[in-house]
Design a protein around this ligand. Sequence first.
Ligand SMILES: [Zn+2]
Length: 526
Amino acid sequence: MRINAKMLTAAIALAVMAMATASAQITQEQLQTASDEQLLRQWTRELSHDEFGGRKPMTPYEDKTVNYLARQLQAMGLEPAFGDSWFQPFEMISVTAKPVGSGLPVSGKKKTELRYPDDVITWTTRATEIIDLTKVEYVFCGFGINAPEFGWNDYEGIDVKGKIVVVMVNDPGFYDSSLFKGRNMTYYGRWTYKFEEAQRQGAAGCLVLHNTEAASYGWHVCVNGHLSDNLGIYNPDTHNADELAVRGWLHEEGFKKLFFAARMDADRALADAKKPGFKSFALNVSGDVKMNVTYDIKKTRNVGAILRGSGHDGEAVVFCAHWDHLGIGKADEHGDTIYNGAADNASGMAGALLVAKKFMQMPKPRRDLVFIFPSSEESGLFGSAYYCNHPAVAMEKTVACLNFESIGPAELTRDVVILGGGESDLDHYYVAAAAAQGRYVYFDNDNSDGWFYRSDHYNFVKKGVPAVVLENGHHPVDVSKPNKYPMPVWYHKPSDEYHDDWDLSGTLSNVNLIFSVGLSLSNNSR
Ligand SMILES: [Zn+2]
């Protein structure tokens, strides 16, 4: 079919209209006149539009997303958080490490080989062409935990410098409910902690012993997650040479082989390591580790704005909502390939923007308010980790982090759920703010799934900044109107899309709750 001039004009008009709806920013006028719910809806809809391509960092969709946020913050009258910039750039490294040979040869009293990938999987986050360790010694360090508050130090009295430490996943509470926090895994149980601590101790490498129950996922997850594209923050000064040369997961069969080479009793070592007073020990086994490494370094950006308070004491309350999601990927059963991330986390960004707008329309609070939109949350909380090491306001002066994570859609509830309570007096602020809304707080202290460690607020907690996780309540006001979009339906799927029939009444009440917690925190003399 030939296209005539009239059809072409119509086509252009349609295209222009489509662009206008998708890329529209909320104007200053709309900011004044639109209702809170309208704003929440519009920001969520726009930021999760197909045009944003699932907001994957380090793609052209990053530019679109971060510019959108910066323009909205500017329209509200906030100041950039990073000098004269809305953006905090940092570099990410993506590393693929291919082992040389069929495995890790080890020898002690006996010789054996830890085979890839049935016995062991290794990688690195260093920017280098090759990892080549010769005759490196292996040390068994129990859980690899140094936790003064629990009176537990697996590194006491043992020198692991330049050695490979082998540590168990999870923490002692998993096996003995009187230790640590019982089945509620502490951060010491996470595999990421194991690497952080091994690095602090000066180890060359760290292999985490897998166990399906203690890890809560199978061996294939460990292997598939690390065969290629291992991510980390890139430090251009050190090229990450200050990080562990070798990171890895060790299968239980590999662990047995290692103890076979040492002619030591693996089962007894595991049993002893679960008891207080355990002493880590050298296996008197050593071996070479050789990997060919390829890597890619790319820049990404956090977005941040600041509202300077009237107090001038340099203290701040941080509001946080990650901007990134999973991008374009594997099609779902409907052929949809765009992971829009409407709930996760366009809804969170919309909540943070709404709180910023509310603060701009009232007298200045005493403390500064920082609004931070981290990149690369989904791939490992990297943006917030970078921010916490390079904050707009020092961590010691940051009184709390209020994080917005996947807050919509949600029906109105009588309760609100708080994860990670009981650690600071922040709890009282939530209780008071909920009571003022005629709601109550349910403190959910079951963190056996480790959920509390899986969003940006946790990087603040690691720096000693109080933060809890807010979730929608379980007790609907109107029981005849259950949430049509519960989380298991959309979590990390292309179907995480905005719909006009989204119930945002609960979301709005949670945003208002966070706003009033923020308002109290920004004006009190705590
Ligand atoms: Zn998220």
